[in-house]
Design a protein around this ligand. Structure first.
Ligand SMILES: [Zn+2]
Ligand SMILES: [Zn+2]
Length: 377
């Protein structure tokens, strides 16, 4: 491990001999344990991508856009850049690949121009290696040189206590990391800025989608709850209203029966001489007949005919009640929902919708951006 850290520290220091080993280090992540590979007959980056590709199944299961950081002591050569770019495209929308390197490999550095006029530094592959880095940026890879936080993460990954690492150049005393960062910006500043702009656009776009989705989804869920509530109200109201109207009709029908019955009973009593001849209070006789209706006859009519009457009117009454619901009541209840009940549900629904955005939807939109929109710009 000590060897690895030293190699990172010594790579690319201007004016010194460079280590021959390339390491690729990936810190532990939800994809698995840390990975460390070095070059053999095959470049370290290619071996790393082979290893990462074995875990591609885990990538499929990811529920959030996840950062994958690759630490290199040298920036990748054109061939390796190609391989990493392919990998980055394969995992697009699931993994955000970062490549962090301690030095620019086989590339003309702007600082070098002034310093040694490229006499000390091997730059024969400058053009193709530069194109390789561009390719990585185009594939959505985030490229950067080491900063203090990266040294900390590398040390932690390798199991070291954190030390403040400053790489001082022997020839001019400058901080190599700072010079390296400036050189990368000289080399690819415009392209890196484009990527940053693209990332800002993505954030803005996601924010817009979030607002829109949350508003629409909240509205959709609230109207679902409203529909359910209205359906329940509709059933109850129509049942009660039908019952009420039927009772009214039966009452009316009974009134008619009562008048008919009393008339015929009075006639009957007259004909049969059932009136008490000594009693001249006719009102009392009528009251007796009425009482007889109330005590007995009314119930007899109800028992014998109520079901028939109900059956006869039920269909019409139900139709009328439904009609009445549609014309008038549905809207009345709808207004009641909007003015009183909506507010009671709003907070809870919004809370659920926001949680749904976090756990699921944001990721879907991030993928849409990565797979479709990014390439439009
Ligand atoms: Zn390579
Ligand atoms: Zn130089």
């Amino acid at each position: 491990m000590y060897e690895i850290l030293e190699t990172f520290k010594n790579s690319g220091l201007h004016g010194t001999g460079w280590p021959v080993t390339t390491y690729a280090v990936v810190p532990a992540s939800i994809l698995g344990d840390k990975i460390i590979v070095q070059n053999s007959t095959v470049h370290a980056e290619k071996r790393l991508v082979q290893k990462l590709s074995q875990n591609i199944g885990k990538v499929e299961d990811l529920q959030n856009l996840t950062n994958l950081k690759i630490f290199l002591n040298y920036s990748p050569c054109a061939d390796c850049a190609d391989v990493i770019a392919d990998f980055a495209r394969d995992v697009r929308g699931k993994l955000q690949v970062h490549v962090v390197f301690a030095s620019l490999y086989n590339i003309q550095r702007e600082s070098c121009q002034k310093n040694c006029n490229h006499k000390l530094c091997d730059t024969v592959r400058h053009e193709e290696n530069k194109e390789g880095l561009k390719l990585l940026l185009e594939a959505g890879v985030i490229l950067k040189t080491f900063c203090a936080a990266d040294w900390d993460e590398l040390q932690a990954t390798l199991g070291f206590n954190l030390e403040n690492i400053v790489r001082e150049r022997w020839d001019d005393g400058l901080d190599e990391d700072e010079v390296m960062e400036d050189d990368l910006w000289e080399l690819l500043g415009e392209e890196i800025e484009n990527v940053q702009r693209l990332n800002e656009m993505k954030e803005e776009w996601i924010e817009e989608q979030k607002e829109k989705w949350i508003e629409e989804e909240t509205e959709r869920r609230l109207s679902e709850i409203k529909e359910e509530w209205l359906d329940e109200k509709e059933d109850d109201w129509i049942e009660e209203e039908t019952e009420r109207r039927l009772d009214e009709l039966i009452q009316k029908w009974l009134e008619e029966r009562k008048d008919d019955w009393i008339e015929s009973e009075v006639n009957f009593r007259w004909e049969e001489n059932l009136w008490d001849p000594w009693d001249d209070d006719e009102d009392e006789d009528f009251r007796e007949v009425e009482e007889a209706w109330e005590m007995e006859q009314e119930q007899i009519f109800m028992d014998n005919w109520e079901d028939d009457v109900r059956e006869q009117y039920e269909g019409d009454v139900l139709r009328e009640a439904k009609n009445e619901w549609e014309i008038e009541e549905e809207e009345t209840f709808g207004n009641e929902w909007e003015s009183e009940l909506r507010g009671q549900h709003e907070d809870e629904v919004l809370c659920d919708v926001e949680a749904a955005w976090e756990t699921e939807e944001q990721f879907k939109f991030e993928q849409i951006w990565e797979n479709e929109n990014r390439w439009l710009y």
